[in-house]
Design a binder for this molecule. Structure first.
Ligand code: GLN
Length: 194
């Protein structure tokens, strides 16, 4: 069994859980307390509101333990607000949350005109066919540091990237029917256990 944690404070928690349940030999575990962290092989940080989730990480004393686990190699995947939590640098915010991934991001990067949209596009790293990409007041990545692999650019903006055990997407695969990204993350976890 692969135990995949989902940070359970706020945002699209249930949607990630539903996706993981479609994958054989994967058990989703909602994470809220320190004890939960010991049970998991990888962690999803869902979308929602990064300021709120960041505050709750502190209040529940989870911040340091999650940073430590990630630094020791635990696979982590941040979607949307989750990506903001991972970033070492945010151009339009003073608060850095987990600050583990070598990416510079812009919150609400698509502004108010086009703040939410859905498109279909190819992400060769995860699927041979085009997949739906759902952006909701999404951030994008302005710059990546060394060791960061760009997984997807959409209209010249970086919207998915990977650095060792860390995966970040601007968009929300859990709000689609396409399971490629969840499979990809589960494979990252399996590889890390080898
Ligand atoms: N705009 C939100 C933030 O800055 C992220 C939106 C989302 O996760 N869908 O935290």
């Amino acid at each position: 069994m692969t135990n995949v944690g989902i940070l359970g404070f706020q945002g699209s928690v249930v949607e990630h859980k539903d996706m993981l349940e479609k994958i054989k030999e994967v058990k989703p575990i909602i994470v809220k307390y320190k004890e939960d962290i010991e049970k998991i092989d990888g962690l999803i940080l869902p979308g929602g509101e990064s300021t709120t989730i960041g505050k709750l990480l502190m209040e529940f004393n989870l911040k340091d333990i999650i940073i430590d686990k990630i630094k020791r190699g635990m696979p982590v995947w941040g979607t949307c607000a989750g990506m903001i939590l991972l970033a070492k640098d945010i151009v339009n915010d003073n608060i850095i949350h987990l600050g583990v991934m070598n990416i510079t991001i812009r919150r609400n990067g698509y502004g108010s005109q086009l703040n939410s949209f859905i498109t279909e596009s190819s992400v060769k790293e995860v699927s041979p066919k085009d997949i739906p990409l759902v952006f909701i007041r999404a951030p994008y990545i302005e710059r990546v540091g060394r060791n960061v692999k760009i997984i997807k650019k959409y209209k010249d903006k970086i919207v998915a990237a990977k650095e060792n055990n860390m995966l970040a997407t601007s968009f929300h695969p859990e709000l689609t029917e396409d399971i490629s990204f969840h499979r990809y993350f589960v494979d990252m976890i399996k590889d890390s256990k080898r």
